[in-house]
Design a protein around this ligand. Structure first.
Ligand code: AHG
Ligand code: MN
Ligand code: MN
Ligand code: MN
Length: 332
């Protein structure tokens, strides 16, 4: 039985220049994940479900758990001192950790502290997503916006926590995707899924089909393709949509499939946020052998211009992402 802590230290030796700071940072995320997990498990008996009545910068009403998770991850990351600043779905602007160590820390973290938060009230799996970069501004100086606006292919690590029927932490540092399952009686994450890979072909498509009439023509055609009967390609495919990106992604990663959040007539850039939802998931998906695209090009090559920028998202098994891209190209 290998614990997450042991695994991180063991893998640190794969990077000759590693000084242990990234390992310590991942340790901070692990700690906050355990605290949030404990609280989520009490949803229903503690006064932690429901909304705060306040909207975040993207016009969504914040849930109490959104703010709780945001606060716990922020505090853990600041306390560990390996991070000079963070950006979060629940914070309008990036936050500089300007304590004595802060300006000398080389990493920034972008996060979705609670993903799928509207599901918490109904006991459905939610998650946390994180993305880690080296800052580009000089050490010793205050962190700047450009440190956060780096393309996804510059990520040094990314991952998610899924608070599901069991709680798992899945991460990559560019050396494969590894999953750890929490033993709740000990509060320890054990290696359970080393080198996760997604099948080239999948049988599951995940999309909010309520938006069908607003989708681009190519996406509509692809959905019809998924539903057609054809024994050679094992169609119709199965439709599965939880409404928590982390949960839908996790299932597709294990079984093969595609997750789609296309542009719609009313939201031309889709709904999901590039920096703390799509980029980290794209990094994981590529490391697992799959693809992540905005419908035309690779997600991780997009140069961000805004912290809370949205982007259409197509992510999953290679051949499925290729198919939807082809249909979108054909029906522009
Ligand atoms: P968040 O809870 O962090 O705001 O993210 C919600 C996202 C994502 O988790 C999910 O896949 C998607 O919104 C669901 O959107 P729809 O309800 O529009 O399908
Ligand atoms: Mn939200
Ligand atoms: Mn989210
Ligand atoms: Mn969220």
């Amino acid at each position: 039985m290998i614990t997450l802590g042991e695994y991180i230290i063991e893998k640190q030796n794969d990077f000759p220049e590693a000084s242990g700071e990234l390992s310590s940072l991942l340790g901070a995320i692990r700690l906050a994940a355990k605290v949030v997990n404990r609280e989520i498990n009490k949803a229903g008996i503690a006064d932690i479900i429901g909304t705060t009545g306040v909207e975040n910068v993207q016009g969504e009403v914040q849930q109490k758990m959104d703010l709780y998770a945001n606060d716990k991850f922020k505090t853990a990351l600041e306390a560990r001192g390996e991070v000079c600043g963070i950006a979060s779905e629940e914070e309008d602007e990036f936050i500089a950790f300007d304590d004595k160590r802060g300006c000398n820390s080389k990493y920034v973290v972008l996060m979705d502290p609670l993903d799928g938060s509207s599901n918490i009230d109904v006991n459905v799996s939610v998650g946390t997503i994180f993305s880690i970069y080296k800052r580009i501004s000089p050490l010793g100086a205050p962190v700047i916006l450009d440190d956060f606006l780096q393309p996804g292919d510059q990520q040094v690590a990314a991952g998610y926590v899924i608070y599901g029927s069991s709680t798992m932490l899945v991460y990559t540092t560019g050396n494969g995707v590894h999953g750890f399952t929490c033993d709740p009686s000990l509060g320890v994450f054990y290696l359970s899924h080393e080198n996760m890979t997604i099948p080239e072909d999948g049988q599951i498509y995940s999309v909010n089909e309520g938006n069908y009439l607003k989708f681009p023509l190519g996406v509509k055609k692809y959905l019809k393709y998924c539903q057609e009967i054809d024994s050679a390609t094992n169609r119709p495919y199965t439709s599965r949509y939880i409404g928590s990106l982390v949960s839908d992604f996790h299932r597709n990663l294990l079984k093969g499939g595609i997750y789609m959040y296309p542009s719609t007539a009313s939201a031309p850039k889709g709904k999901l946020r590039l920096l703390y939802e799509c980029n980290p998931m794209a990094f994981l998906m590529e490391q697992a052998g799959g693809k992540a695209s905005d419908g035309e090009k690779r997600i991780m090559e997009i140069v961000p211009t805004e912290l809370h920028q949205r982007v259409p998202f197509f992510c999953g098994s290679n051949n499925m992402v290729d198919d939807v891209q082809l249909m979108m190209k054909k029906h522009t």
